[in-house]
Design a protein around this ligand. Structure first.
Ligand code: M6R
Length: 361
């Protein structure tokens, strides 16, 4: 049942090229995006996205896509806050709920609140026969297949895939991408399964560095732009299964507090493809290194070259379009958590105190 893998988590990590490919083939056919016609982004003024845990971090990533590519304002909230704050929702607001299980109690309660207040309720779910799927006006499956490991991996990247396709569709409908530009973006997206395979093949390097991480008591994760939510996801995944205290920060926040934590014993993991913001990230890294911090840089070969001397460890990924980077960089984030947990000997698939689906508050 684990298909030759020791754990469901490693099986599910390895499945990502194929399930992301499935989601792509479902939503993009004959070069055209297939989404329900009732989902009309020309009529939407604001998107409110609500979820918990990793699904929330997928929403936070998608905010960058919807806002930067489709120029659509997005609010993102954790369901437990949203449901009790009972935020006013203005006309033209569509509420979007993301959930792997489709049964998370807080997300479902938030959906029920929004039903009376939003123009339309959309859900992005893995389990099609679930409450969050049934109670939405439009429900979009992520087609990840059954996810058993408590730590969500393929659920996250399939959520990202569907949300990115939605953002591209929105950008086209709202006149921010021409048909040609959209086709180019979709072509790039189709390279993702292949790129993910390359990232998966780098697992022995991740394993080697994870053995060193396993002795740390605190680890910081940094990222800028859409890599910021991924830094949060890397920290969440590591906490969940290795029980090492980890925190994710926007790189630019370093000076505003977390740099006080940096010392020789605190590894700092930086997700930084060589994009437009790379220079800024390098200077953040230098600030860490100047204080004796050990930087694990996850980048592409151009980034590794630019980073220069003094970096503790580097993991190299293929070069990738900016918008697609969160999908690709998710793989080493998951592998680090997995191999660090293995090195510590914790129960990877059934971490202490956690349930796969949080159906009670
Ligand atoms: O089933 P859901 O996507 O609604 O679950 C949300 C969170 O409980 C879930 O993502 C949790 O954070 C995972 N254990 C993360 O790995």
């Amino acid at each position: 049942e684990k298909g030759g893998h020791k754990h469901f988590m490693s099986k599910e990590i390895a499945e990502q090229p194929s399930v992301v490919g499935n989601a792509l083939n479902h939503y993009v056919r004959g070069g055209a995006i297939q989404l329900p016609t009732e989902l009309d982004f020309t009529k939407i003024e604001r998107l409110t996205m609500v979820a918990c845990g990793t699904a929330y971090l997928a929403c936070l990533t998608a905010k960058y896509w919807f806002e930067q590519i489709a120029r659509l304002p997005v609010e993102v909230d954790v369901a437990s806050e949203f449901r009790y704050r009972e935020p006013p929702m203005t006309r033209g607001t569509v509420a979007l709920f993301v959930s792997q299980s489709g049964e998370t109690a807080d997300t479902l309660a938030a959906l029920r609140y929004a039903k009376e207040n939003a123009d339309q309720i959309v859900s992005v779910v893995n389990v099609a026969e679930s409450s969050i799927s049934r109670e939405a006006d439009i429900s979009l499956p992520i087609l990840a297949g059954t996810e058993i490991s408590v730590a969500s991996t393929k659920g996250f990247t399939c959520q990202l895939t569907v949300l990115l396709i939605m953002a591209l569709h929105a950008a086209h409908q709202r006149g921010h991408l021409t048909a040609e530009q959209l086709a180019e973006r979709l072509d790039q997206l189709h390279t993702m399964p292949g790129l993910m395979n390359v990232a998966l093949a780098g697992s022995s390097a991740v394993k080697a560095v994870s053995r060193k991480l396993a002795s740390a008591t605190d680890i910081l994760f940094l990222g800028r732009g859409a890599m910021f939510p991924l830094a949060l996801e890397g920290a969440l995944k590591l906490k969940e299964i290795s029980y090492i205290h980890a925190e994710g920060y926007a790189s630019g926040e370093l000076k505003h507090g977390p740099i006080a934590l940096v010392d020789k014993k605190t590894p700092v993991i930086v997700f930084a493809p060589s994009d437009a913001l790379f220079d800024k990230t390098i200077s953040n890294m230098q600030e860490v290194m100047a204080r004796g911090g050990k930087v694990l840089l996850i980048t592409d070969s151009a980034g590794a070259q630019q980073a220069g001397e003094g970096v503790w460890e580097t993991l190299i990924l293929p070069e990738v379009d900016d918008a697609l980077a969160p999908l690709l960089y998710a793989i080493p984030a998951q592998q680090i958590a997995y191999h660090t947990a293995i090195a510590k000997g914790t129960d990877v698939d059934q971490p202490r105190n956690l349930a796969k689906s949080v159906t009670v508050e």
